[in-house]
Design a protein around this ligand. Structure first.
Ligand code: FAD
Length: 643
């Protein structure tokens, strides 16, 4: 002992999907380096190892379904050569039929497992199983693994111990440990915008909390219209009634039947644009390889544009990809498809969605998704976008500030396509809407949340057209606007310590030139630093090469590998399970590069023939553009398999 507690080679804070994926990468691909024991510390604040927040049975209810198909669910690697052999499906097959039935899953395997998304808690059980398996495999390879649950890391401080740089960890403010290499895998956090309002619930999770804090038959407002809002509506419905199957004219549908005393139950979802995501048909990894959205197309454009990828060039390539990939869609494309601008196309899509009755749209999309699952043919467009999320993640780092501002405006529409929601949920949401238990209302950007008179609930007011004011009252209102990336608002002791030690910093995206920056000075995300304007998205600056926090100090210690909501400013669709595995793969590849661990040459891995990731220049936002200086970035190839 040395006054700072035990010393570890690697510490992983948080045993959710990312922490588990990191353990998996180390256990599968690496062997300890050096003569002495190689020590790994895993610290988890809850008692569950593996599921983390989204897949925990404590946080969710069985009605909460993931939005990844069984064939795409895998924590051990991003690339799934054969979806029917995804690691999740291998685990599911290994269970006894009786146990599967007890989980509400088919006794014997059926073909729909491949394309079907499963309940969150089932994915959580898979993650727990793999967590234990990875720990066992590590121990067999000679690693010393110390797993501490019900222990919270309350601070991280850079320190030099015995000549080695690393981090001192405070464990529950009671004891300390030192780690030479650190992974922060703490995931989702909740920001309470109105801590003094007793009827304002800052998160839809844990599900039990919102069931306890709402009355039977209550009138509940839900702020948000996407995946978390849908989960919130399902949680509230579970408390207030049940869904029953109906069969009519050879068609089956669901009906919501309220419990006695819950007849007055009502929910309203409010969204800036009030558009529910699309319903998820067949979306399986890698059924096509991109022709246009490839590094070979992007790199020359980036080089010709001083390190930037103009959004218009990206849009042009995306249009060509869509045209070639979805021939069925050509009949619906306008004659001007070649020249239509991104904004025009999105405006058209928005108009169509806004002028279509939401119930009509949902029933149509539900039928299309069911048909897709039956035939195996993806819903028009959905699969191209779903499989292109990694491309969006990669290119985001090359957009200039003015293009990032444009991109923000179209993000909602893109999310509708890239983050669809499962048929099981859509059937319930449709039943609720059909029978008047759920309404979806557009409020625009201009809205206010206040405590109602006599603290009797929450009042929401909004001005859709800038003039008329609408006002509603709810017994309770739930913030379901999704994960937050603004690290300066996260008051947890761990993030506070990272901020204080300057181990994280803001993202500053440069404009292409000073003149252009003047056109956007009034934008809420445009900030001035040292006399230069930048676009500042929420989130911390991440080096996407190895998914680590870029420190605000000159002299960094070992990188702090990070995956979580703070990546949001630099990754277009952060934290999806395959981004989580990509982050783990890149970080662990970096450990090898830095000489911390050695590659286990006995482990063979199937290579992705057309990796979407793997080319990087300014993705960490470190464009050194200053007044009249051009970016001279280098494109670095980083692929796990090349290490
Ligand atoms: C509600 C929700 C639903 C989602 N649904 C999907 C989906 O359907 N499909 C999909 O692909 N992605 C989904 N995601 C994205 C999801 O974030 C990732 O798939 C993944 O679960 C993230 O893993 P993580 O390890 O970063 O975070 P988590 O899984 O949340 O794990 C973080 C862990 O860290 C622990 N922890 C936190 N602070 C500390 C501390 N100070 N000390 C010690 N331990 C700590 C927590 O207890 C937790 O176990 C969802 C996200 C959310 C929030």
């Amino acid at each position: 002992m040395n006054g700072i507690g035990p010393v570890y080679d690697i510490a992983i804070v948080g045993a959710g999907a990312y922490g588990t994926s990191v353990l998996g990468q180390i256990s599968l691909h690496l062997i300890p380096k050096g003569n002495g024991p190689f020590r790994i510390l895993m610290v988890e604040s809850s008692q569950d190892l593996g599921p983390g927040m989204p897949y925990s049975s404590y946080m969710t209810i069985p009605d909460h379904i993931v939005n990844i198909a069984g064939g795409c669910t895998q924590i051990s690697a991003t690339y799934i050569p054969f979806p029917e052999k995804s690691d999740f499906l291998l685990w599911l097959r290994s269970l006894s039929p009786e146990y599967r039935v007890s989980l509400g899953i088919d006794e014997s395997e059926i073909p729909s497992w491949l394309n079907k998304p499963f309940p969150r808690f089932v994915v959580g059980l898979y993650l727990s199983n793999r967590f234990n398996q990875f720990v066992m495999a590590l121990r067999e390879k000679g690693f010393k693994v110390d797993v501490r649950r019900l222990t919270k890391v309350t601070s991280v401080l850079p320190k030099n111990v015995f000549g080695a740089n690393g981090y001192e960890l405070d464990l529950d403010r009671k004891s300390k440990a030192f780690a030479r290499n650190l992974f922060v895998a703490t995931g989702h956090w909740t920001y309470n915008r109105f801590p003094d309002f007793p009827h304002w619930l800052p998160s839809p999770f844990p599900a039990r909390d919102i069931q306890d804090r709402t009355e039977l038959g209550g009138n509940v407002g839900i702020l948000g219209c996407s995946l978390s809002a849908i989960d919130a509506a399902l949680t509230l419905s579970k408390k207030n009634g049940s869904f029953q199957s109906m069969h009519q004219d050879g068609k089956s549908s669901l009906k919501f039947v309220p419990f006695k005393g819950a007849e007055g139950f009502r929910m309203t979802m409010y969204g800036r644009k009030a558009m529910l995501p699309q319903v998820m048909g067949v979306v399986v990894n890698k059924i096509f390889a991109h022709k246009y959205l490839t590094p070979a197309s992007f790199i020359p454009i980036i080089e010709a544009n001083d390190g930037f990828l103009p959004l218009d060039d990206f849009w042009y390539l995306l249009k060509r990809e869509v045209y070639d990939e979805v021939p069925r869609l050509r009949a619906y494309l306008p004659d001007s498809w070649e020249t239509v601008t991104l904004e025009e196309a999105v405006a058209e899509m928005r108009k169509l969605l806004e002028t279509t009755d939401p119930v009509e749209r949902l029933s149509r999309e539900l039928e299309e998704a069911k048909e897709s699952l039956k035939t195996g043919i993806p819903v028009l467009l959905q699969n191209v976008f779903y499989q292109s999320y990694a491309v969006f993640d990669e290119v985001l780092g090359y957009f200039s500030a003015e293009d990032r501002i444009r991109f923000e405006e179209i993000k909602t529409e893109l999310h509708l396509l890239i983050g669809p929601f499962p048929v099981q949920n859509a059937e319930k949401i449709l039943a609720l809407m059909n029978e008047g238990y759920l309404e979806v209302i557009k409020i625009g950007k201009n809205y206010e949340v206040e405590e109602a008179k006599d603290r009797s609930g929450i009042t929401l007011s909004w001005k859709p057209d800038g003039d008329t004011t609408f006002e509603v009252h709810h017994d309770v209102m739930i913030d379901a606007t999704g994960q937050k990336a603004a690290f300066e608002k996260d008051s947890s002791p761990l993030t506070t310590s990272l901020r204080k030690a300057k181990l994280m910093k803001e993202i500053l995206v440069p404009f292409r030139n000073a003149k252009e920056s003047l056109n956007h000075e009034d934008h809420p995300n445009v900030v001035t630093r040292d006399g230069v304007n930048y676009f500042r998205p929420s989130g911390a600056l991440i080096d996407i090469n190895n998914f680590s926090l870029v420190p605000g100090t000159e002299k960094p210690s070992a990188p702090i590998y990070y995956m979580g909501p703070f990546t949001m400013g630099q990754v277009a669709f952060p934290q999806d399970m395959s981004v989580v595995t990509t982050a783990a793969e890149r970080a662990v590849a970096d450990l090898i590069k830095r000489g911390v661990l050695e590659r286990d040459v006995t482990y063979e891995v199937e290579k992705d023939p057309a990796p979407m990731y793997g080319w990087l220049g300014n993705a960490s936002g470190r464009l050194h553009w200053l007044s009249d200086e051009n970016y001279k970035g280098v494109l670095v190839k980083t692929s796990f398999h090349e290490q």
